[in-house]
Write a protein that binds this ligand. Structure first.
Ligand code: TXA
Ligand code: MG
Length: 362
């Protein structure tokens, strides 16, 4: 299949190009597009054949439901019904933005989009290209992240091209996404509300807005297995590079713990370099010098900067790209440092734990 690529500047949108992409969505095709979180793989939510195609090309299990993207509150009634006042208040404050809520589905939504559930996951994305695409397609758009199921999510058009060139109808290249990590998914239908997936909106901020604690189950921290009934689709392995990945984490990251962490990684890297051609260490700016000093003369140990512990937005934005880049080095292994599970750190650690093949806690 020929995949059309449109390069569009989000700050100066070329409407003729978006119209072409929207026309494809209207005719039942698949178009990848940028959102403020990650790239989505979009289809008309009311077209069940198009929704089915999303699962096929992503190789996604059919019981892992999609997120529906709407332009504004006017489209809310098309996809959901009986929205509780409490949820309405939250989304009024936080949309458009990276918060996904679970609602009762409208009768028109095909079962293909929801994995047979009677609820839907809905959000309104804060990205000018995504909003324009939904508007011109004249329908809410079902869109999971635009990656082959199980792989790291796409934060750049290149990532989508790697996975889907020749496989989908079109890709809108709108540059790098803003947050680089997916939306926060909360089920406000439970009491207290349940965090299903930590994401770009820190839970603490949402708790402050609603004046209520949100329940954070272990699986939302990337620990243990999700129960199918509670969090459909969360049980599958996610975000994982093909190469082995070691996550080295701690319960806190003060100077003392950080020195234990780096000692552990220095030893681990030396051990692993006996079995693998290349060892990549993904380090934070606070610790990177330690590895660079130690392995200065060792061409088989590569060190990547993932950003500063003081700016978790930077780490979140880099993380999927780091996983994809490391994966390109054959016969290699990746070691990643953990970060504190606060604010965006909760989402980062959820992704890293799910991506890792081995987790070491010091
Ligand atoms: O930031 C994002 O949310 C991105 C962009 C493209 O918007 N999308 C995204 O979609 O991350 P995806 O498919 O990778 O993740 C959707 C997850 C599913 O794995 C599932 O766990 C949850 O949303 N979900 C969908 N419908 C649900 C429902 N009715 N109840 C509970 N969870 C649901
Ligand atoms: Mg995904």
């Amino acid at each position: 299949m020929y995949t059309k690529i449109w390069k569009i500047d989000p700050f100066n949108i070329d409407l003729t190009l978006i119209r072409e992409a929207a026309e494809i969505i209207r005719r039942g095709g698949l178009v990848a597009f940028p959102t403020e979180t990650v790239y989505g793989l979009g289809a008309d939510v009311f077209n069940s054949a198009a929704c089915r195609k999303i699962f096929e090309v992503k190789k996604r299990p059919m019981d892992n439901p999609l997120i529906i993207h709407i332009k504004d509150f006017e489209q809310l009634d098309l996809v959901s019904r009986e929205v509780p006042e409490k949820i309405f208040k939250v989304i009024k404050r936080l949309w458009p933005g990276p918060l996904t809520v679970i609602l009762k589905k409208s009768l028109e939504i095909p079962r293909e989009a929801t994995g047979g559930l009677d609820t839907v996951a809905v959000r309104s994305p804060a990205h000018p290209i995504a909003l324009k695409l939904i508007e011109l397609s004249d329908t809410p758009i079902a869109a999971p992240s635009a990656n082959i199921s199980g792989k790291p999510s796409p934060t750049k058009a290149e990532h989508v091209i790697e996975d889907f060139l020749g496989i989908i109808d079109g890709i809108i290249d709108g540059g790098e996404t803003i947050f680089g990590i997916e939306s926060t998914i909360i089920n406000f239908l439970t009491d207290p509300p349940t965090l299903l997936r930590p994401g770009a909106y820190p839970v603490e901020i949402i708790e402050e807005i609603i004046g209520e604690k949100i329940y954070i189950p272990d699986f939302a921290r990337g620990l243990g297995e999700a129960e199918r009934a509670l969090a459909p689709g969360m049980k599958y392995r996610h975000y994982a590079p093909d190469i082995p990945m070691f996550l080295v984490e701690s319960s806190s990251y003060d100077d003392y713990k950080l020195s234990l962490l780096t000692d552990k990684i220095l030893k681990l890297a030396k051990d692993l370099s006996r079995s693998y051609k290349i060892v990549t260490i993904a380090a934070t700016r606070e610790t990177i010098d330690i590895y660079e000093r130690e392995f200065r003369d060792n061409p088989y140990i590569k060190i990547i900067d993932i950003g500063s512990r003081k700016n978790l937005y930077e780490i979140a934005k880099n993380i999927f790209d780091v996983l994809r880049k490391a994966d390109k080095t054959k016969d290699s292994v990746l070691i990643v440092e953990g970060v504190e599970e606060k604010s965006l750190g909760l989402a980062i650690m959820n992704r890293l734990r799910k991506a890792s093949s081995k987790r070491i806690v010091i």
